[in-house]
Ligand binder design. Structure first.
Ligand SMILES: NC(=O)c1ccc[n+]([C@@H]2O[C@H](COP(=O)([O-])OP(=O)(O)OC[C@H]3O[C@@H](n4cnc5c(N)ncnc54)[C@H](OP(=O)(O)O)[C@@H]3O)[C@@H](O)[C@H]2O)c1
Length: 345
């Protein structure tokens, strides 16, 4: 049977389950799929298309005959395991932040810099960007090609699924607790998330920004253009799935809202929903389960030369994580940069 032997590490998690669904939906050429998680999940069942797979433990797994490993088990696991797996000639596509800024690891969003994925052969690792960066660069790239971006000011409204399964459970249980007048206890988040907003995602840095904000700056530069200046404020909101972003862009060259709308309509990965009437825009609820990066509310910013505002929404578990990882694998496989080990044997 032709195809690639694929392992999904973190198969029981939010992103891992979505990876299994997307590999099946997009008919990725899989000859065998192995679901891996921690030792607690040995034997736990996960779905892959119409099949049910039993999870194995990462710790006990031999990768020598595996071709591709989609890694989604957090930074600590990735730091330890990705180089060991990559050293066996297995293409590792990692979802954590562990390798994103390593100069020998490409950081890839296929609509923006697919060609960079070729560099996987240095360490056999490719990094997937942070979820809030992925959707932003999909929208910025076609505008940058047209009018050259000078500076971006972005405010994010990020769903709880971006913080993993336990964070989704916390929003659910706190919401219930509010309704039945039980005490509301923050565990995963630093403050109550139900019926609230939290202006902190990830740890604080010395300059007062958070790591999530820093990631948006550094990753946009690495993927799109190191000359782009970007400043971000990242906020967690009580939404289960999909991140939203209010984006202000200053360009070097003139670009009108109408031109931007036409450019984005043609751009890969983007879907423009922009009618100037009640409901003529996309909300996170509508983007959940979808692949596109939705763009709405495109308008001129009259306070600066060559300025635009827009609203950008995407499913953080799909384009922000699992879909982007599978698209990277597709680029590498479709361009013939990786062959199945079994075929070579
Ligand atoms: N959620 C997003 O929007 C998003 C976006 C971009 C990147 N990411 C990144 O993707 C990764 C996973 O996120 P998530 O939201 O899917 O988290 P999650 O729902 O909490 O799932 C974590 C997964 O990792 C597994 N795991 C934990 N420790 C392990 C170990 N020692 N060995 C093997 N497997 C282990 C868990 O297995 P058990 O069930 O056995 O514990 C589970 O399958 C993180 O690095 C995150 O930063 C997430």
């Amino acid at each position: 049977m032709s195809g690639f032997k694929v392992a999904v590490v973190g198969a029981t998690g939010n992103v891992g389950r979505e990876m299994l669904a997307i590999l099946a939906e997009r008919r990725f050429p899989v000859s065998e799929l192995v679901a891996l998680a921690s030792t607690h999940s040995i034997g736990r069942e996960v779905s892959f298309g119409d099949k049910t797979l039993k999870c194995k433990a990462l710790d006990h797994y031999n990768f020598s005959s595996t071709d591709i490993c989609l890694m989604s088990a957090g930074g600590a696991v990735s730091k330890e395991w990705s180089p060991r797996i990559g050293a066996q000639g297995v293409l590792v596509i990692d979802n954590s932040s562990a390798w994103r800024m390593d100069p020998d690891v490409p950081l890839v969003v296929p609509e923006v810099n697919a060609e960079a994925a070729r560099g996987f052969s240095k360490k056999y690792i490719v990094a997937n960007p942070n979820c809030s960066t992925a959707q932003l660069v999909v929208a910025l790239k076609p505008l940058h090609d047209h009018a050259k971006i000078k500076r971006v000011v972005v405010s994010t409204y990020q769903s709880v699924s971006g913080a993993g399964r336990e964070a989704m459970d916390e929003l659910f249980s706190q919401t219930r607790a509010v309704f039945v007048s039980d005490p509301v206890e923050p565990k995963k988040f630093p403050k109550r998330i139900a019926f609230n907003l939290i202006p902190q995602i990830d740890d604080f840095m010395d300059d007062g920004s958070t790591k999530e904000e820093w990631k948006m700056v550094a990753e946009t530069k690495k993927i799109l253009d190191p000359k782009i200046k970007l400043t971000a404020t990242c906020v967690r909101v009580p939404v289960f799935i999909s991140h939203s972003e209010a984006v202000n862009v200053e360009f070097e060259n003139p670009i009108s809202a109408d031109e931007a709308r036409e450019i984005l309509r043609e751009a890969p990965g983007c879907l423009v929903i922009d009618r100037r009437e009640p409901g003529g825009y996309i909300t996170p609820h509508e983007a959940a389960g979808e692949d596109a990066t939705y763009i709405s509310r495109i308008r001129d910013d009259p306070t600066i030369d060559n300025g635009l505002n827009f609203w950008c929404v995407s499913d953080n578990l799909r384009k922000g994580a699992a879909l982007n990882a599978v698209q990277i694998a597709e680029v590498i496989v479709n361009r013939g940069w990786l062959k199945p080990k079994r075929a070579a044997a």
